[in-house]
Design a binder for this molecule. Sequence first.
Ligand code: MLT
Length: 405
Amino acid sequence: MFEANSDYLKLPGSYLFSTIAKKVAAYSKEHPDAKLVRLGIGDVTQPLPPAVIKALHKAVDEQADPATFRGYAPDLGYEFLRHAIAENSYRALGCDIADDEVFVSDGAKSDSGNIQEIFEKNNIIAVTDPVYPVYVDSNVMAGRTGTYDEKTTRWSDVVYMPCTEENGFCPDFPEKTPDVIYICSPNNPTGMALTKDQLQAWVDYANRNGAVIIFDSAYEAYISEDHIPHSIFECEGSRTCAIEIRSFSKNAGFTGLRLGATIIPKDLKDHNGQALYPLWARRHGTKYNGAPYIVQRAGEACYTNEGKQEIREMVGRYMKNAGFIKDSLAGMGYTVYGGVNSPYIWLKTPNNLTSWEFFDLLLNKANVVGTPGSGFGPSGEHFFRLTSFGTYEASVEAMERIRRL
Ligand code: MLT
């Protein structure tokens, strides 16, 4: 735990989205007139909700007055925001989460990368394949993943759980019992979501085996079906086996503003009986000085009636794109997944092209940028991810260009 090492030097190339950005920048340099449609990285395009803007202005103005000026934020988050999150995102769903079990941060990406620090160095991690690359890469940097096999693009000490068409993109329990299990639902990149029963089965598995699930619910705002849980804490027994990571990026458009939260129940212990709550509090207090006050006020505004309504409308607009992209591709004969409880559309590449071949084809012939499925892991090969975070016009334009291929 907390050990420095140089395993990150063994990471292949750069971070997936940096690699794509470099390729796209090189193409744009060579073809300055190309009008690219970018449906690659899951970055939002709609402006912040008016309730958030109002809260930001108010909080900024407070900083001009010595009576309301704020210095360092409390490292675990302001009580007003911890309360708003616990009340609206958890207790409203019937989840037993206290205000002080919410740790406010500068975003779900940092938390998903940093959370591994509270687990022992020799812990075995299990990840879905394909997987959001941060989970694996951050464990590689911590020296927990063994050696890298370039042929299989897998790490020797990681338990991979393939998510394929055959298992409906829902991972099967692994043969080797892991200590830490990363689950993202609705999933990035496949766009598929675990049902309540499926997630309950994972909670039961973790409790039986003394494992801890790190549940990434960054995309929960996109859930449209009743049988899909918004939080792992909706499952019975989850307080003794789960940590949840929340984001304000994909629902409220905070990708540039930065705000997230991690929920750790006080009764949660690792398999050695070590309580994880005080470890994360210690880590937060040591390495982090709290999300900015003005940003936390903006987060609080997401939970006002006005904010909730504006967020629903924003998510609705992205989901209109998702439905359009999904239907258009299906109409062209593509096999398509996701896009129902998720802003991501996961399609099979045509003519058995590799994911990167299809990436190049789309970039060069259609000037459309997407994300190659194999970049998320070997089971993502021959798949491709498109996001619905563009504008409706961009989604229409992208589909027109793909149709003409
Ligand atoms: C993605 O495109 O997978 C996400 O935007 C990456 C992230 O949220 O960090």
